[in-house]
Design a protein around this ligand. Sequence first.
Ligand code: GLC
Length: 563
Amino acid sequence: MSAFSSGELLAADPDWWRDAVVYQVYPRAFTDSTGSGVGDLEGVRSRIPYLRDLGVDALWLSPFYPSRLVDGGYDVDDYRDVDPSLGSLATFDAIVHDAHEAGLRVIVDIVPNHSSNRHVWFRQALASVSRSPARARYIFRRGRGKGALLPPNDWQSLFGGSAWQAAGDGDWYLHLFAVEQPDFNWSNREVRDEFLTTLRFWADRGVDGFRVDVAHGLAKDLSPRASVAAVSMGPVGAVDPEAPVRLSDGTDPLFDRDEVHEIFAEWRQLFDSYTPPRSAVAEAWVAPHRRALYARPSELGQAFEFALLEAPWSAEAFEAAILENLALSASVGSSSTWVLSNHDVVRHSSRYGLPEGADLPAWLMSHGVSPAEDLALGLRRARAATMLTLALPGSSYLYQGEELGLPEVADLPVEVLQDPIWERTGGLRKGRDGSRVPLPWTSEGPSFGFGSAAAVLPQPPWFGALSVEAQAGVDGSTLTMYREALALRRSMQRDATVEVRVAAEALYITRSDGWMSVTNFGLVPTAVPTGRVRLVSSGVSAVIEPSTTVWLEVGGVGEHQLG
Ligand code: GLC
């Protein structure tokens, strides 16, 4: 028996995040412990044994702060508290305690680009006069035209409509997202200090790391010249075929400006004042070469890699995204990150079941009818893609429910939609709720084990068949595949190097520690390379079937495979 508790063992490794498998929990859709129809922190806490058994290294909690939920909790009223409907700081502390005891780290989501309009600072700003110190914490500008009745410029919000809202006295405030999400003014020292205090607050409570929301948005150029340049903005995280291209040289007025890095350099000093240093990962939807800047050790240390998430199902596209990410992260001394799903995008088992280049927002608007989704193919490819990424060096970010192979719930009735995108686009886009439907834990019950009452965001009847209960211990199930792959991954070497190559539509990842992963992107089976023994597979066959990944080891021992 070890003389150390799991918590002490965790504290001993400052580099844990470099190759961690991080599981994203969207608390309101995870487990409802009170029967309210909405998930909560006690619910998260009750599932820590599940996460330990799944074999992940950390959990990342999407926002649980007090919020009116205009944007799923990314509209924060108070950065240093828990929404009463989700629990209390005591429940949060219990999660950190139990997670550490179970050998899991905890990452929280920090939302620094904007607060909610119910934040005390914003209420003070609205109650104050133009050009007051209270307004200087946000971005207020005079309107144009007679009576300042027109917005300062024609910038559009990422959720649709103008990015400006009238304050009622000739001033307008900027909101890149919903009207209820006013943007902070990061050139104001008071804002910077306030966030340092918030980061300390959570780090002192034992939080191991931070996921930094819209990290590329904090620095802005609000000069009149810039106002003319930017008339439209990219999408919020969603894979959007119509996304306008933004400047990617650090001079775009609103995103990815060079000055943003001063902010994160300051954060790094704070992170490094803890033992072990707190980790951070940037959510920055920017060009890959710019993304690496956020991942420098002198800044956040890591940044989500989204090129793979956006890549079509092809060996060459995957190879290119992987090689680029490996090279870029190595060039700045970071580790690579792999992401296939999160709460902002259509789940990967649905994306891969749709024809290449499908217009995802339009598909959602058709309630998933046009084009038709090939569920079986999507799941097959999703499993293969997951195993492929888990064989790569670096860390993997999994999104709750992907271990069940959940597809997007594309046919949510519009009356139940919660995403502000639906309202703000005047019903032209459904938004992201289809990836946020509460998890099915059991095959039966009013909300398939999510809670004792029906979930507020309704689950489809077919969810029960994909539940944890239906898959646990079942050979060949997606949950079993994740468990086996995550367990085997632990025996891979942390500092292994890889060789990535494509031959005959199969992607070969050869690791320096003797492991090999082969993914068949083609339409005909591929042979298992000679001298290799199959360890775990996303499909069942003696050959490597289309849309399948197998992990192999140098031969000698008996064959072991799933299903
Ligand atoms: C990030 C979040 C997304 C949210 C947006 C605004 O992109 O992931 O869910 O809507 O920021 O906070």
